[in-house]
Design a protein around this ligand. Structure first.
Ligand SMILES: [Zn+2]
Length: 75
């Protein structure tokens, strides 16, 4: 399941959330409760993994991507 990184435009709070591709984007900041969350490009944990050994998607055989909703190899 891909990990999404959000940042609050209001208070600067950052959080990582595991979501399915079909899940709606988060809006509510858990810290200041403003609806100011914006999604960042990709989670840092994925970038670290891709540097050492590229994970392979067991369903497609291609390199696993955060955008691949069917990749159990990714957390
Ligand atoms: Zn906030």
């Amino acid at each position: 399941m891909p990990i999404y990184e959000y940042r609050c435009e209001s208070c600067g709070h950052q959080l990582e959330v595991m979501q399915k591709m079909s899940d709606p984007l988060l809006k509510d900041c858990p810290q200041c409760h403003e609806q100011k969350l914006t999604k960042l490009m990709s989670a840092g944990s994925f970038q670290v993994k891709s540097k050492s050994a590229a994970p392979v998607c067991p369903s497609t055989g291609a390199a696993a991507m955060p955008s691949c909703g069917g990749c159990p190899a990714l957390e």
